[in-house]
Design a protein around this ligand. Sequence first.
Ligand code: SF4
Length: 320
Amino acid sequence: MNTLLEVKGLKKYFPIRAGLLGKTQGFVKAVDDVSFTVHEGETLGIVGESGCGKSTTGRSIIRLLEPTAGDVVFKGQNLTGLKGEELRKMRRDLQIVFQDPYASLNPRMTVGAILEEPLKIHGLAGTTERRQRVKDLLDIVGLTEHHYNRYPHEFSGGQRQRIGIARALITKPKLIVADEPVSALDVSIQSQILNLMKDLQEQFQLTYIFISHDLSVVRHISDRVGVMYLGRMVELAPKHELYDNPQHPYTQALLSAVPHPDPREVRERIILSGDVPSPANPPTGCAFHTRCHACMEICKTDRPELKQTTEGHWVACHLY
Ligand code: SF4
């Protein structure tokens, strides 16, 4: 499989400012040295609890947020150095679907205008062609051309997410970062949107980075899954390998709370003690050591590197 995207040592720190002069007092290390690759045509799921840095990772990759350090190499080109026109051109290939389609769609614009806007910005088609492309795409995502002149508030949550997906698709991107795309939807609608995303992936040879806190949803759609904790990638493996043989104690705890698809398989529930520590002041060594039942002395001082334990299975833990 060809590598489409390579993320190397990605960091995103947010300054903590205080006092009258707004002096920087420290940093929230939302993403702290994350590396992984994404292959052409695959779906890489990224899971973790709220605040683990998964959304910040996705947004830093497509430069909605400016990374603090690291490289994002897309189709052989380093995106972190791009500016102006070069960055704008590259953005056609990298799109995002947000969690809340209502908040991300301009309520004063019709659906047609919302979907035509990226084509205008990128100068991709003339007026007639733009209109036709939007109508075709509405059909592809399960809406109709009659929706062209409607406003976002006239749609249900599921339909709005279809519009969000259409907007991401309109520039014919290669990679889509889907940031909790079904979390705000009713369970009955979630599977419709997930199936739509799968169909579109096949039809347009798309590559997804699918971000979610929901392990069942990620299992449904992903080929490989990465688990993040406190700004770091702690485990990364093909889906079946990760779900059947989780190695990192954090992944094991997360999965122990998810019902196994085979009801004969009963997992012992691992209860995580304490809250996630603040990313402004993460624990030394392994960031998970304050909650880990297998913590050893070395874990308190030495940060474990992400290492390959078996073919394609990467784990950051001193147990391996
Ligand atoms: Fe637990 Fe140590 Fe592994 Fe961290 S490195 S997950 S503290 S055993």
